[in-house]
Design a protein around this ligand. Structure first.
Ligand SMILES: Cc1cc2nc3c(=O)[nH]c(=O)nc-3n(C[C@H](O)[C@H](O)[C@H](O)COP(=O)(O)OP(=O)(O)OC[C@H]3O[C@@H](n4cnc5c(N)ncnc54)[C@H](O)[C@@H]3O)c2cc1C
Length: 391
């Protein structure tokens, strides 16, 4: 069994490390999206925009892509190395994820030639995108969406509502799933439209997270006219697009979650020392358990990635999504307990932790919902990993 990296992979890692260490702006090192995300999504920092463009221009935005799309045709293993090096330094890659992670691969697979021209700007971060999937009665059951798009000769007219739409307040385009055939079985009547967010009839109302931050919104559509050429893929073929094209990004998503979990466990150790819990046997055991969990998740992540790199599907990733987000909740909760009453203090003059643990505990719930809730992942695990029948 060969467990070492190849010489090419080591060279790839060294080149990347040099680039990150010399070119990333000081603000990028140790950046934490959960904590550092601005209060209003409208304030995407200029340095982060410039950094994303620099990654793209140097072939370090999506290494697996060709140079004209911000990459260098790297192998899956090199993509893993890339994600690990970024996570280790907590260096962010992009101002917002939907553009490069969802829109670009979907347009490359399903878009026409005109639509494919939108891809470089989506990856470079020059265009900000939001994703209009969820609705008040269509989240986990996405196929239940009701936003209606009626086709007239050369345009659609869209009416309905989306919810939890990340970045909708700053996005210039929406990748929007709409119902184009209400009489068809629900998976078969959905289409995907590119909607310009400045089209008359669109009303964006920000929603606040429990910690006060607002980076998603409700979006209302009233008689919004969308040119027919903005249809992506086949009319009524939108469901296929939701199911395809994201495998690459999903395969590596766990890297950041696991790295973050490990880093938080070490922050817990540090916190235990500062709060005098480092000699408390119960606290020590609970921290050690979190460490064990992080280490076993990393091993499982590598196993899933290895299957993926060899072309097999990796249902482990559903487990990784569920387990890393649930573990995130548990580590931040333990941090709050170790802080005691100071956990909730947000005045830097008053509390060492400045509300960090309570803030992160609140935000950790979002990860157990966004992108497929823990309950839905458990259903997938039951059916695809354990082979239990569908209920
Ligand atoms: C931070 C954040 C950002 C988001 N960004 C976006 C975005 O940009 N664009 C977008 O379209 N959406 C976005 N979402 C929405 C997200 O995709 C949905 O919230 C998610 O899919 C769950 O849907 P729901 O909220 O409608 O909950 P529901 O589907 O109503 O579920 C409610 C509860 O019931 C459980 N449940 C539902 N069905 C089942 C079942 N069959 N078996 C067992 N349990 C079940 C769920 O797990 C959950 O606990 C975001 C959400 C968050 C938290």
């Amino acid at each position: 069994m060969q467990l070492a990296w190849s010489a090419q992979d080591e060279a790839f890692r060294a080149e990347l490390a040099t680039f990150l260490d010399t070119e990333a702006p000081p603000e990028a090192h140790g950046y934490d999206f959960g904590e550092s995300r601005p209060d209003e999504a409208s304030i995407i920092p200029d340095w982060l925009r410039a950094w994303q463009a620099k990654l793209f221009d140097n072939g370090w935005m999506i290494p697996a892509y060709p140079p004209e799309l911000g990459g260098r045709n790297s192998t899956p293993i090199q993509t893993l190395i890339y994600l690990e090096e970024l996570s280790k330094r907590r260096i962010p890659r992009a101002t917002h994820f939907p553009g490069y992670a969802i829109v670009a691969p979907s347009l490359l697979e399903f878009g026409n030639d005109e639509q494919k021209k939108l891809v470089p700007a989506a990856i470079r971060g020059d265009t900000i995108w939001c994703i209009g999937m969820s609705e008040p009665n269509a989240g986990s059951d996405l196929a239940g969406l009701q936003t209606r798009a009626q086709l007239f000769d050369d345009h659609f007219v869209v009416n309905g509502q989306k919810v939890w739409t990340s970045y909708a307040m700053i996005a210039s385009k929406c990748f929007c799933y709409v119902r184009t055939d209400p009489s068809a079985p629900k998976h078969r009547g959905i289409s995907l439209l590119i909607i310009d967010m400045d089209t008359p009839g669109i009303d964006v109302r920000p929603l606040r997270h429990i910690n006060g931050k607002a980076d998603f919104a409700e979006v209302f559509f009233t008689d919004v006219e969308v040119p027919r050429e903005n249809l992506v893929g086949e009319l009524n073929g939108g469901w296929m697009i939701t199911q395809g094209s994201l495998a690459h990004e999903r395969a590596g998503l766990w890297v950041d979650s696991v790295s973050r979990l490990e880093q938080t466990v070490f922050a817990l150790v540090d916190l235990a020392k500062r709060t005098g819990h480092d000699l408390d046997p119960v606290a020590r055991r609970r921290i050690a358990e979190k460490y064990e969990l992080a280490a076993s998740l990393r091993a499982l992540g590598y196993k899933g990635f290895a299957s993926f790199a060899q072309g097999s599907s990796a249902p482990e990733h559903s487990y990784m999504k569920m387990a890393t987000s649930e573990a995130g909740k548990a580590v931040f909760e333990l941090g709050m307990e170790l802080c005691g009453p100071f956990a909730a203090v947000t005045d830097p003059e008053l509390g060492d932790e400045n509300g960090r643990w309570v803030n992160m505990f609140f935000m950790s719930f979002a990860n157990t919902i966004a992108g497929g809730s823990s309950e839905i992942q458990r259903n997938i695990i039951a059916q695809r990993i354990l082979g239990l029948p569908r209920k």
